[in-house]
Design a protein around this ligand. Structure first.
Ligand SMILES: [Zn+2]
Length: 56
C-alpha cells in the first residue's frame, strides 16, 4: 500500500511535500487531509503525528 504515495514523506523538504502539507491541513481541520494522514499514521508513516481529535 505504501507505493500509493507518490511523494516520499520527508522531514527535510522545506515544508512543501504532502508529508508536511497533509499534517498542516489536518491540523487546520481539513477532513480529507485528516483522513489520509490518519491512514498514514496507522501505517506507521507518521510516528510523531498527534491526532488533533485525541489531543485535548
Ligand atoms: Zn515535507
Amino acid at each position: 500500500m505504501l507505493d500509493q504515495l507518490d511523494v516520499p514523506l520527508s522531514t527535510d523538504c522545506g515544508g512543501d511535500c504532502w508529508g508536511c502539507v497533509g499534517e498542516m491541513q489536518a491540523d487546520l481541520g481539513d477532513l480529507e487531509s485528516l483522513k489520509k494522514v490518519r491512514e498514514e499514521f496507522a501505517q506507521g508513516l507518521r510516528p510523531d503525528w498527534i491526532d488533533p481529535a485525541t489531543n485535548g
